[in-house]
Design a protein around this ligand. Structure first.
Ligand code: ACM
Length: 784
């Protein structure tokens, strides 16, 4: 029996077929609309792209009656994954059997004696009567199952049903380490959410889940011998209103940890999908949650709280023998829980101030004959390595473990660029490339105002895709040390699983292709043509990817009585638009050049591929009033504001949506470049206030404050840039209004009609900070 699709699923799948058909055409509008009748190209379906694919003639039709044969437990496991995916995405209820005595159908075979090109390699042959997926190893067969599932076309409900196009595929991964790191310390994900991510990783053919389980803000792994680690270290009181019950004023802790039973369950779940879990226990820094639980582990012995601030914090483990024994006892339980080869011990961002200030640590350093604190950290990490190596494991750490000397067998995860990886490889160590500038998924993916909180210094889909893990400058004989590549999601700003998914998808698809596909088969435009099919698949599998890369953004320039509107899709998909308020469709005007429109104007626009809108149409309304407003997202950053632009959310309400602000935390200043002040008499500003919850460590002196000249500081407006004359000064109240915002107005006495307006909050307002939400120019002077 063919199970009927839900109307939503059917719509998605019809869309998928159209997109697959469109995926071989150029990435422009010329292909739109004419594809409904085209035969879908099998290559169009696959992310990551395989090593080799040859399309054949005809198709293999599937129904619930299609036999799926698999001999032995390993082959059956791969077949069952295929059947489960097909059931979810295509409503096909396939039964997996041994296939004894039944001809035809789909066969999953492990042929241990055959040479497929490695244990993760596989082959697929689809012919009109039979389908065979084969590999030498269960891993390869699993990846074959994923590819076969991606090849499914059509819809169980429609004429023609579900089919596989005739094709031959041979495939094997480029890298053995295809990783994704999730920070479960800053924000915590449920076991079910972790499993959803593992499932998605597996469907991207990724095979290492690096699980960041401990940090200053939370210890999230149960250690039986030291229960306070999870019970005390697993709870923090969030900063500001987010940590207070508005009804009672009582603290509202943010708590969570994974029990050992849950961890075993997750590790087993990952293993079924051929994913190794690499746990991270971060030492000697990022230690505050552990020290909060057991103050004797700290350098000062003082009781500290689990940290509720972000950034780089000073708390380190001390270097007493008892602390090493403690950490070894922790690692002993970690090793029991995680059967994989690698254990990650962090090593990052351990500022050494506490060690430098401690007589006891300094005395210990001298006893050990160590020259400096870098050598002491190296000693610390080597001690961890000795313990792990004795248990048959390997240590991996962030690239700071190079400082002071690497432990003999350590593997290095290069995050501060690729230089640490190059250096480690030259020293003969294995490396995993995960540079923050290209592969950190908490960096936002577009400049859309609809992005969630994160780091607006962008890591675009294209950057992830184009990252080359093997540096061309690395000597040929050292290149084998590059084990692979990994994307990392830090979760300071990812409070919900919805946000986690937004950051991860679809950039994980780009990572997958970087990690899997041979360098000479990678091609960004081809990837973009396949991406819409991947997006449909995400949705069919219950994943909510980011839609911001598929939106249409509008940049408007105000003219007299008219507006010039430039439209763009962040990924460069063709844009279609309407000016009459109607929904843009595949027949709507294609955007080619900026539009000059009389005011008022309404532009509705969507990006299209294969005649299908890639996201709901954006509606942009332009009138005299809207053109005189800039939100914080539309404002620029000021010169000399430090490196750190953040997109931060308000601390309240406790539940539900919170306001989001773009702010440079070193210097709260915003720039409206080329503001058109002709006819403008005044300015209105809406501002909010959020907790200042950052530890900047050695960057602290780079924070700048303009001195305040009134009790609570003021918002200073300068024209001609941030060195120009003050054109308005708006004194600030002691606190915002009940809704968390203030609205201030001041007359404006500009010196020029078109000028850079610089808006700065004065004073050191910590532990809170004012943040700009919106600036509105108010006309009053008649235009000449
Ligand atoms: C890191 O981003 N601190 C490894």
């Amino acid at each position: 029996m063919i199970r009927a699709c839900s109307p939503l699923l059917r719509t998605l799948l019809i869309g998928l077929a159209v997109l697959l058909a469109a995926a071989c055409g150029p990435l422009d509008a010329a292909s739109a609309g004419a594809e409904e009748t085209a035969v879908p190209d099998p290559a169009a379906a696959l992310v990551p792209a395989p090593v080799s694919l040859r399309a054949g003639d005809g198709r293999f039709a599937l129904s619930a009656a299609t036999p799926v044969h698999a001999e032995g437990a390993d082959a059956a496991a791969a077949a069952r994954h295929f059947a489960a995916y097909a059931a979810r995405s295509h409503g096909l209820a396939l039964e997996v059997g041994s296939g004894q005595g039944r001809a035809g159908g789909i066969r999953f075979d492990i042929d241990a004696g055959a040479d497929f090109g490695g244990p993760e390699a596989y082959a697929i042959e689809v012919a009109p009567e039979t389908v065979r997926v084969s590999a030498a190893d269960p891993r390869g067969l699993f990846y074959g199952a994923v590819t076969l599932w991606q090849l499914l076309q059509g819809d169980a409900d429609r004429t023609g049903g579900v089919a596989l196009p005739a094709v031959r595929i041979q495939d094997a991964p480029r890298f053995g380490w295809r990783g994704f790191m999730l920070d479960s310390a800053r924000h915590f994900q449920s076991v079910e959410e972790i499993k959803q991510l593992l499932d998605a990783m597996a469907r991207h053919k990724l095979n290492v889940f690096h699980w960041h389980l401990t940090d200053d803000q939370g210890w999230r792994i149960e250690i039986r011998r030291y229960p306070r680690l999870a019970e005390v270290g697993g709870c923090r009181i969030p900063a500001g209103d987010g940590g207070v019950d508005p009804g009672t004023g009582a603290p509202v802790p943010y708590c969570g940890y994974y029990t050992q039973a849950q961890i075993r369950d997750i590790v087993a779940y990952a293993a079924e999908r051929h994913i190794t879990v690499v746990p991270e226990i971060d030492v000697p820094g990022h230690a505050q949650a552990a020290v909060a639980a057991y103050p004797e582990l700290g350098v000062t012995g003082e009781q500290v709280e689990v940290l509720n601030e972000w950034g780089v914090n000073q708390t380190l483990f001390n270097v007493e023998e008892s602390t090493f024994e403690f950490l070894e006892n922790v690692l002993a339980e970690v090793v029991e829980l995680f059967p994989g080869t690698y254990i990650h011990v962090g090593g990052d961002e351990a500022v050494k101030d506490q060690w430098q200030a401690s007589e006891r640590v300094q005395a210990r350093m001298r006893e050990l004959g160590l020259a400096d604190e870098a050598a002491l950290q190296s000693h610390f990490i080597k001690r961890m390595e000795r313990f792990l190596v004795a248990r048959g494991r390997r240590l991996i750490g962030w690239d700071e473990i190079l400082e002071g000397g690497l432990p003999p067998e350590a593997t290095v995860m290069s995050w501060r660029g690729i230089e640490g990886g190059i250096e480690a490889a030259r020293q003969g160590h294995d490396v995993v490339m995960t540079p923050s500038s290209e592969l950190y998924l908490d960096y936002l993916q577009t400049d859309s105002p609809n992005e969630p909180p994160g780091r607006p210094a962008m890591v675009t889909l294209e950057q992830v895709y184009r990252f080359e893990p093997v540096p061309p400058g690395l000597e040929a004989e050292r290149r084998m040390h590059v084990l692979g590549v990994q994307a990392n999601l830090w979760t300071e700003h990812a409070r919900t699983f919805e946000r986690v998914q937004h950051h991860v998808f679809p950039r994980l698809a780009a990572l997958a292709e970087t990690a899997w596909t041979p360098a000479d088969r990678r091609e960004y435009d081809g990837f973009l043509r396949r991406l819409p099919a991947q997006m449909q698949r995400y949705r069919a599998m219950g994943i909510e990817p980011a839609t911001t890369p598929f939106e249409v953004l509008a940049d408007a320039t105000r003219n007299r009585g008219s507006v010039t509107v430039a439209l763009r899709n962040p990924l460069g998909y063709p844009v279609r638009y309407t000016l009459d308020g109607s929904e843009p469709g595949p027949g709507s005007a294609i955007y080619r050049a900026p539009l000059d429109l009389a005011l008022p104007a309404t532009v509705r626009a969507a990006a299209f591929h294969g005649g299908v809108a890639l996201a709901p149409a954006a509606t942009h309304v332009f009138d005299d009033a809207s053109l005189l407003v800039r939100t914080d997202e539309q404002l620029g950053t000021c010169p000399d504001t430090g490196r750190l632009l953040l997109r931060l959310e308000d601390d309240g309400p406790l539940h539900g949506e919170r306001a989001i602000f773009n702010v440079t935390i070193f210097y709260p200043c915003w720039l409206w470049p080329e503001a058109d002040l002709e006819g403008i008499a005044a300015l209105e500003v809406r501002a909010g206030r959020i907790p200042y919850y950052f530890q900047l460590a050695h960057d602290e002196p780079n924070r700048k404050f303009l001195p305040a000249s009134t009790a609570h500081g003021e918002l200073v407006v300068q024209s001609g840039g941030c060195q120009g004359p003050r054109v308005a000064t708006l004194p600030l109240p002691a606190k915002p209004d009940a809704d968390g915002f203030i609205t201030l107005r001041a007359p404006l006495t500009p010196t020029a009609d078109r000028t850079d307006l610089c808006l700065t909050f004065t004073g050191d307002t910590r532990p809170t900070m004012w943040v700009l939400d919106r600036v509105r120019l108010l006309p009053g002077r008649p235009r000449p």
